[in-house]
Write a protein that binds this ligand. Structure first.
Ligand SMILES: [Zn+2]
Length: 328
């Protein structure tokens, strides 16, 4: 699976610019589903036909990024964020624009304290000496993403953009594993999750599934002196109870927990205060759609070195497989 994860995580695809990553996912699943199409906002929709319930599984294709806002006279690029990018995690990192041009993210040295590190005091340096020279490569409005390799080490994947390319990898793995389904399973690779769960809502409105599950990453509480949180890396897939946007529907949550127990799949429960995933916009669509989430625990979310446990990824695949193959 490392090859698939590396290909997905290494592909450029910030929110609103998902063309490249959509092509890569399409290539990986074409011929393995009954229907495959892109909707108006750009969600990639893959259908395995069946006569039972229509189940929507959603994983977002987009990743966080930075957008050039202004080019200084001496060529430095001022920027803003696309999604939840932290100034601290960005500092000293490389970012890559759609055309392949890389830049170093640095800050004004007069800054006195780390708490003053905000995007307006930071800039991207692509090695040019003037505005004219920079404009040959980067213009205001161009979006860059973190540049970092994907590695497998000590049973973990470490990479940029595992949020949520690891969720995309889980859906692709399911598509490859599952031949016949009784339920109709709609795999949706969504756009613009990182800027407000935008693609998932419109996709759900068009599809009107009976049940929906978002497949995304979630923060852990297992690093030195971090905020208390009951999720740990390596303790299994997380069944979402609630986050900042959703309280999981009992139909979905209870079914997932029952299946995990019945098939001896390692799982933990996710209870978080802030943030949300695609379930947040799916469950309030139209007349309402019973929704929940299966999350993959992830350390250092929204950094260039996000870390997930390979066993947790396998648990997520097994749990979702049991869900889509079960009777309702
Ligand atoms: Zn995510």
């Amino acid at each position: 699976m490392i090859e698939l994860v590396r290909e997905l995580a290494g592909t450029y695809g910030p929110s609103g610019r998902e063309d490249e990553i959509r092509d890569v996912i399409r290539k990986n699943i074409s011929g393995k589903v009954d229907e495959l199409y892109t909707d108006t906002l750009g969600n990639l929709i893959a259908v395995k036909k069946g006569n039972g319930k229509r189940i929507m599984l959603a994983a977002h294709m987009d990743e966080i990024g930075v957008v050039a806002t202004y080019i200084e006279e001496n060529g430095f690029i001022r920027f803003s964020n696309i999604g939840g990018v932290s100034p601290v995690f960005s500092l000293g990192q490389r970012v890559r624009f759609a055309n392949g041009v890389c830049g170093c993210v640095c800050y004004e040295e007069k800054l006195k304290e780390l708490k003053d590190l905000k995007f307006p005091r930071m800039f991207i340096d692509i090695g040019t000496n003037s505005r004219e020279e920079t404009m040959e490569y980067v213009s205001p409005g161009d979006i860059a993403v973190f540049e970092a390799d994907t590695i497998e080490q000590n049973g973990k994947y470490i990479s940029k953009a595992l949020d949520d390319r690891i969720g995309c990898a889980v859906l692709i793995d399911l598509i490859r594993q599952i031949k016949e389904v009784k339920n109709e399973v709609v795999f949706v690779f969504t756009v613009q999750e990182e800027v407000g769960l935008r693609g998932a809502g419109t996709a759900a409105y068009a599809l009107m599934p009976d049940l929906a599950i978002a497949v995304d990453v979630t923060n852990t509480g297992d690093t030195p002196r971090c905020n208390p949180l009951s999720i740990e890396l390596g303790k299994g897939a997380a069944v979402m109870i609630k986050d900042g946007r959703t309280i999981s529907h009992p139909l979905v949550k209870n079914k997932l927990i029952d299946l995990a127990k019945r098939f001896d799949i390692q799982y933990q429960l996710e209870v978080i205060e802030k943030g949300g995933n695609d379930a947040g916009s799916i469950h309030t669509t139209a007349g309402g759609i019973p929704s929940g989430a299966v999350s993959i625990p992830c350390r250092y979310m929204h950094s260039p070195c996000e870390m997930v446990d390979i066993g947790d990824v396998k648990s997520a695949v097994n749990l979702l497989k049991a869900f889509i193959l079960s009777e309702f």
